[in-house]
Design a protein around this ligand. Structure first.
Ligand SMILES: Nc1ncnc2c1ncn2[C@@H]1O[C@H](COP(=O)(O)OP(=O)(O)OP(=O)(O)O)[C@@H](O)[C@H]1O
Ligand SMILES: [Mg+2]
Length: 341
């Protein structure tokens, strides 16, 4: 369901830049027609009464709200992205820690992405933004983002004017598939979005969702990361305690090395992968089994589809992987924002 904002604004429609924000449980993604940003979904509020020295990062920023329509944020300071982990490895917040965090931290996440995009003193954004359940959270997501917000982003004063279009996660990915010519406009497609905190399955007719088919499974690849963190071999390496989820996530994305140590956890990953597939993908596919025989395409998207060995696991279930799968949702939403603004 598309829900558009009716906010009045000083800027005319064509001064608004079509953009998209996907505040994921694992990664925050942002796109305009000429930039793409991907930063980890990590946040830390830092004290506002001591001068905080912060070194610039290509994966995040220090955000200081100066004058925002969200007045409760004025005067608050936040590390967004990798710096939140670097400075506070044990005490940062993650989007995935609370289902409300996609609302609570939406504006901080957006500002963190603007820090990584080329600097502008002012942005006016026609912003498509997704959430796992737009029927429940769409209006609140718009409240969290809409309006005018002045903030120092890595020390540079920036004003952001936002009008939000709230979408369901997945709508952007389907639109991306259609726009790229991968999916015909009249195809029936089952889309499986393997995220960090949720796995979402839904059937689409063209770009239109069959609402009754949509199922949000409350676990994603974060569950697999936790299974590895709690595995006996991980605990043996970590002195009898669970491993660090962020180091495990990074290892899965690269070479299975645990941080800068000499320990490689590929065997542990392969040992728990099929248990995870049964626990997480099994229930999702079951939810759409009545639609599967009549569907033209069954596609996986989300960063989880890129995990090692996943493509072959999915292929055995006759599920193909959508190209650019981690960014497909945000890129498709940017195209929707462009069309709707
Ligand atoms: N190139 C890659 N190789 C291996 N794993 C990857 C790759 N890219 C992403 N991942 C993994 O995919 C997982 C899901 O990432 P994704 O960005 O889709 O989650 P998210 O959208 O933030 O979460 P959610 O959809 O639950 O909000 C993460 O665990 C990440 O480590
Ligand atoms: Mg996602």
């Amino acid at each position: 369901m598309l829900t558009t904002s009716a906010l009045p604004s000083a800027a005319t429609d064509n001064q608004y830049l079509a953009a998209a924000l996907d505040t994921g449980n694992g990664y925050i993604k942002f796109a305009t027609s000429n930039s793409e940003v991907l930063i980890p979904s990590l946040i830390k509020q830092v004290s506002d009464n001591n001068e905080y020295e912060y070194s610039a990062s290509s994966k995040g920023a220090l955000i200081e709200f100066v004058e925002s329509d969200r007045s409760e944020l004025n005067g608050t300071r936040w590390l967004v992205g990798q710096p939140a982990y670097k400075e506070f490895p044990d005490s940062h917040d993650r989007i995935t820690d609370d289902r409300q965090n996609k609302l609570t931290y939406a504006l901080q996440a957006l500002c963190g992405c603007l820090a990584v995009a080329p600097h502008q003193k002012e942005w006016s954004l026609a912003l498509a933004s997704s959430i796992h359940d737009s029927q429940v959270y769409g209006a609140k997501l718009k409240e969290a983002l809409n309006g005018s917000h002045s903030a120092k982003i890595n020390g540079k004063l920036t004003t952001v004017n936002i009008r939000t279009l709230a979408l369901d996660e997945g709508q952007g990915a389907i639109y991306y598939g259609i726009k790229r010519g991968i999916l015909p406009r009249d195809a029936q497609t089952v889309l499986l979005d393997i995220g960090f905190g949720t796995t979402i399955i839904a059937v689409y007719n063209g770009a239109t969702i069959l609402r009754a088919s949509r199922y949000v499974h409350p676990q994603g690849t974060g569950k697999l990361v936790q299974m590895i963190a709690d595995h006996i071999e991980t605990r043996a390496f970590c002195g009898g305690v669970s491993g660090d989820p962020l180091l495990i996530r990074q290892g899965i994305e690269t070479d299975f090395q645990y941080g800068r140590t000499s320990w490689n956890f590929k065997e542990v990953y392969l040992a728990v992968l099929m248990d995870w597939v049964r626990e997480v993908l099994g229930p999702c596919l079951k939810k759409v089994d009545t639609w599967l025989p009549s569907s033209d395409f069954v596609l996986a998207t989300g960063g989880g589809a890129l995990m090692p060995a996943m493509a072959s696991v999915l292929a055995k279930k006759k599920i193909a992987v959508l190209e650019n799968s981690q960014m497909s949702n945000v890129l498709g939403m940017q195209a929707i924002a462009q069309q709707k603004k």
